[in-house]
Design a protein around this ligand. Structure first.
Ligand SMILES: NC(=O)c1ccc[n+]([C@@H]2O[C@H](COP(=O)([O-])OP(=O)(O)OC[C@H]3O[C@@H](n4cnc5c(N)ncnc54)[C@H](OP(=O)(O)O)[C@@H]3O)[C@@H](O)[C@H]2O)c1
Length: 277
C-alpha cells in the first residue's frame, strides 16, 4: 500500500491533498500543529475511504518536533512513498515592520522544514527506487515585490526542487514544485469572484499537480493565467537546465548513493513508529 505524508494537512491546500489522495486509496500520515483538527479530518477520511491514517501533530518550526516527522520519513515499516511539503506561512507585516519572530518562522517552516523533510525522505525512496516529493511553492516566488521574506522563501522552494529533481534524475524518484497562484483557502479574508482566473480552487490545484507529477514534470502551475506567466518566466531556466544536464553528464552515470539521514532511527523502525504514534 502506498503511503503519503502531508504537512499542513488540516486546512486549505493540505486538506485538499489529503482528500484527493485518500480518495485514490493511499494511506496517509497527516502533520500539522493542532491535533484536534487533524483527528477531525482523519476520522472523515477513514469513514469515507477506509484508508489507514496516522495523525502526527508537530510544529515544524520547532527542531525536536520536526525531528519526529523526519524519523517517520526514515521508517522502513510502512515507508513514505509520497512527501507533500505543503505547510507554509506568510507574515502579516512587511519587512521593515514585521516582528523578527514572524520572519524567522517563514524561513523555519517554508525553507528549513522543506529541506530537512526532503533530505530525510530521499535515501529511503532512492533505496526503494520509487517515491515522489511535492514541494508547494508560490507564484510569489517569481514576484520582485514588497512584502516579508515569503516571496524569497518560495523562490528558494522553486530552486531547491530543481536541485532535488536533477539529483534524482535517472532513478524511480520524482520531485515537483507546485507553483500556486491565489488559492481559495481560509488564508484570504476575501476571495475573488467565481470564474476569476486569479483564483484557483485548492482541489483543482491538487488535480493539476498530481497529473503533472505523473507526466514527469518538475513544475506544476494550475490555472491558465499563471501557466502563461510562469511559462514565459521559465523559458531561460529551461535552457539553463539543459546546459546543467549536459555539463553534469559524467556524474549522471553514477546513481546517487542512498544514505539514511539518521542511522539510529533507520536502524530501529519500531522506535520510529512509536515516536510517530
Ligand atoms: N492560499 C494561497 O493563496 C496560496 C498561494 C500560493 C501558495 N500557497 C502555499 O500553499 C501552502 C498551503 O497554504 P494554505 O493557504 O492552504 O494554508 P492554510 O489554509 O493557512 O493552512 C496551513 C496549514 O499548515 C499548518 N501549519 C501552519 N503552521 C505550521 C507549523 N508551524 N507546523 C506545522 N504545520 C503548520 C496549519 O495547521 P496548524 O495551524 O494546526 O498547524 C494548516 O494545516 C503554503 O505553503 C502556502 O505558502 C498558498
Amino acid at each position: 500500500m502506498t503511503t503519503a505524508l502531508i504537512t499542513g494537512a488540516s486546512a486549505g491546500l493540505g486538506a485538499a491533498f489529503a482528500r484527493r489522495l485518500a480518495a485514490d486509496g493511499l494511506d496517509l500520515v497527516l502533520v500539522a500543529r493542532d491535533r484536534g483538527r487533524l483527528e477531525s479530518i482523519a476520522n472523515e477520511l477513514r469513514a469515507t475511504h477506509g484508508v489507514r491514517i496516522e495523525v502526527l501533530p508537530a510544529d515544524l518550526t520547532v527542531p525536536w518536533a520536526r525531528a519526529r516527522v523526519e524519523r517517520r520519513l526514515t521508517a522502513t515499516v510502512e515507508p513514505i512513498d509520497l512527501l507533500v511539503n505543503n505547510a507554509g506561512v506568510e507574515a502579516d507585516d512587511e519587512l521593515p515592520a514585521a516582528p523578527m519572530t514572524d520572519l524567522q518562522a517563514e524561513i523555519d517552516l517554508n525553507v528549513t522544514a522543506v529541506l530537512r523533510l526532503t533530505r530525510a525522505a530521499l535515501p529511503g525512496m532512492l533505496a526503494r527506487d520509487r517515491g515522489s516529493v511535492i514541494n508547494v511553492a508560490s507564484f510569489a516566488g517569481y514576484l520582485p515585490a514588497r512584502g516579508s521574506a515569503y516571496g524569497a522563501s518560495k523562490a528558494w522552494v522553486l530552486s531547491f526542487t530543481d536541485t532535488v529533481a536533477a539529483s534524482v534524475a535517472g532513478t524511480g524518484v520524482r520531485a515537483i514544485a507546485l507553483c500556486a497562484g491565489r488559492l481559495r483557502t481560509a488564508r484570504h479574508a476575501q476571495v475573488g469572484p467565481p470564474g476569476s482566473p486569479l483564483w484557483i480552487e485548492p482541489a483543482d490545484a491538487v488535480d493539476v499537480c498530481l497529473r503533472d507529477l505523473s507526466r514527469g514534470r518538475r513544475l506544476s502551475t494550475p490555472g491558465w493565467l499563471y501557466r502563461l506567466l510562469v511559462g514565459t518566466l521559465e523559458a531561460p531556466r529551461r535552457s539553463l537546465r539543459l546546459l546543467a544536464r549536459l555539463a553534469g553528464r559524467g556524474r549522471e552515470q553514477q546513481p546517487p548513493t542512498p544514505r539514511p539521514v539518521d542511522p539510529a532511527a533507520a536502524a530501529d523502525p519500531e522506535q520510529t513508529m512509536r515516536l510517530a504514534a
